[in-house]
Write a protein that binds this ligand. Sequence first.
Ligand SMILES: [Zn+2]
Ligand SMILES: [Zn+2]
Length: 160
Amino acid sequence: MLVLDPSSCCDICLDPYDSNDSNPEGSPHLIISCGHIFCKRCLSKIISMECPLCRKFFSLNNLQRLYVEQPEDPDRMKKYDLMRKLVLTCDSKEEDIVAVREEVDVWLGSKVKEGKHCSVRKTVEILDRLQRVKDQKRRHKREIKHLKRSAMRKEQELLE
Ligand SMILES: [Zn+2]
Ligand SMILES: [Zn+2]
């Protein structure tokens, strides 16, 4: 379960998030692709599918619901902090990613009892999957470029 500091509020409507199931419309949702968080009501009003803070495109399938938790548990806050770092650095320089991953690994290593359903571990898995898709896309693009170039060369040869 992804958790959020109870003092935080939605950057669009500036209302504090409603905790959990009392009002699902006011519950916080994380945009996985950029790491920004808004309430569900505000997200559902966005027509352009661009994050209102950073303009990165997102899809409604790529949202993760967050829960508002009690702040007194430092472990929960640490988890939230790690997940946020993971998401926010996913497009950063290699060394930043490595630094965050190291911090996460150390934390996970100290929390063996969290098991495979730990939200931090899940976040790592989601980001790894996203990275694989991105790599694949990049590879396909390169292949297409290559094919186009050789097709052009062939055409040239036929004309000569
Ligand atoms: Zn809102
Ligand atoms: Zn954003």
